[in-house]
Design a protein around this ligand. Structure first.
Ligand SMILES: *Cc1c(COP(=O)(O)O)cnc(C)c1O
Length: 440
């Protein structure tokens, strides 16, 4: 079985853990750059190719700025994500706004920034018109084919159960209406599966969208400007997973392009992606320390991270590989539940995981947390979200998000009891003695 090793050495991680209190996220700049290069190269054949990084995966300006060096724009779906783009000076064609159940005012915000807007329903045409006064020259439509989205070896996903997108008939109607309202160019978008581990998902999706593009152009007489394949390309979370080959994926999309679009005279349709997980997922570790061990009906490793720092295991039963640093060569002979400290039994970062016997004080590296990791965090139980640290290619490091403090937790409470000086309370609690955790 393939081994999963942290991208940093144990010495590097131990040194970082002396600078930054655990838990913290550690991102790998070199890895992010490698993936950005591989993606760009896989789609270099495509007219006007652009990756719009799905901001929700890792909404950190440092990460977005690295990707921007490779021409990546941003895929936003909320006002705060638009504000982040705005604050970074990202605008116009570099922003894709792909929302659903869109709150009032967000189409106007996206329009002011010159974003390309993807509509999730026919009724959003009126919302867009009302908020922007006029429709932009180019509008995207999100497609939901219904049923199962399957291929020779299985199913990718079940679009029928997804809340997103328009049916094919609705999409044809919407395109006709947009043309009547003066829109000159249409784009097509679909996200029909999540975390796919096959090189066939994007090519199959592309073929489906390309056929729809040909039909739209013929029946509605409107120019198809782009096809946005969105996200959904997965990563090898488990050591036994076969990683996707982005070059093969790009080549598969190219074949579909040449077989479907080009013969129909559609040889200048731009190809866009909105990958999140694939871009940054493998390129971060959550570094956490064992603070308790416990044996009852099961064996527990209690760590100083919890679902506030990484929610995917609790939410989806997701697998994240774990390395006990310094014990790589010891046999994985103990079946552990690795738990956080939330008063919730589901707060487990791993369940039934065979690991080397670990001790209080050991550092664990939780792998592949670079997308939908920190950003999903929450503050239930008064637990705070951790810092994010970037490891540069030359081994230096920098803090790209500080850890939350109790003052952040209380920041939205305008009404505190009379006389409570929160900052003083926090200072006092921080000054309280912290004994070393007991060694077993
Ligand atoms: C979440 C999302 C993505 C990114 O998905 P990944 O699984 O991270 O690739 C892209 N586009 C849209 C519209 C999304 O909602």
């Amino acid at each position: 079985m393939a081994q999963k090793r942290p991208f940093a050495t144990n010495e590097q991680i131990e040194a970082l853990a002396r600078v930054y209190p655990t838990p913290f996220y550690l991102y790998d700049e070199a890895g992010i750059r490698r993936t950005a290069e591989a993606l760009t190269s896989a789609f270099s054949w495509a007219p006007s190719f652009r990756e719009y990084f799905a901001v929700k995966a890792t909404p950190n300006p440092a990460i977005i700025s690295i990707l921007a060096e490779y021409g990546c724009g941003v895929d936003c779906s909320s006002a705060c994500e638009l504000l982040m783009a705005e604050a970074l000076g990202i605008s116009g064609e570099q922003i894709m706004f792909c929302s659903n159940d869109t709150p009032a005012g967000e189409f106007a915000h996206a329009g002011r920034l010159g974003a390309t807007i993807i509509l999730d329903d026919e009724t959003h045409i009126d919302a867009l018109l009302a908020e922007q006064g006029a429709l932009p020259e180019r509008v995207g439509l999100r497609f939901n084919p219904g049923g199962d989205f399957d291929f020779a070896n299985g199913i990718f996903g079940r679009p029928e159960e997804a809340k997103f997108g328009l049916t094919e008939d609705q999409l044809l109607e919407a395109a006709t209406r947009l043309r009547e309202l003066g829109v000159e160019q249409i784009g097509l978008h679909a996200l029909l599966a999540s975390n796919t581990l096959t090189n066939e998902y994007y090519p199959a999706l592309a073929r489906r969208l390309f056929r729809l593009a040909v039909r739209l152009q013929a029946e509605c007489g409107i120019r198809i400007a782009f096809v946005d394949l969105s996200g959904g390309v997965g990563i090898d979370y488990r050591p036994e997973d076969e990683p996707n080959d982005i070059a093969a994926i790009g080549a598969g999309v190219r074949r579909a392009y040449e077989e479907v679009l080009v013969p129909a005279g559609l040889d200048d349709v731009a190809i866009f992606t909105e990958l999140g997980r694939f871009m940054t997922g493998p390129h971060a570790l959550l570094i956490t320390r064992v603070i308790h061990t416990k044996e009852t009906y099961r064996n527990y490793l209690g760590v100083d991270a919890c679902a506030s720092n990484l929610m995917r295991p609790m939410l989806y039963g997701a697998y994240h590989h774990i390395t006990v640093l310094g014990r790589e060569d010891e046999p994985a002979c103990v079946r552990y539940d690795v738990t956080g400290m939330l008063c919730e039994n589901s707060d487990k970062l791993a369940v039934d995981r065979l690991l080397p016997r670990a001790q209080v004080g050991d550092l664990l590296a939780i792998h592949d947390v670079g997308a939908h990791g920190h950003s999903m965090g929450y503050t239930y139980n008064g637990r705070l979200r951790s810092a994010e640290v970037l490891l540069d290619a030359d081994g230096s490091h920098r803090l790209i998000r500080r850890a939350e403090t109790p003052l952040d937790y209380f920041a939205t409470l305008d009404v505190l009891p009379i006389g409570s000086d929160l900052a003083a309370l926090v200072r006092r609690s921080e000054g309280e003695p912290k004994g070393k955790p007991a060694r077993p």
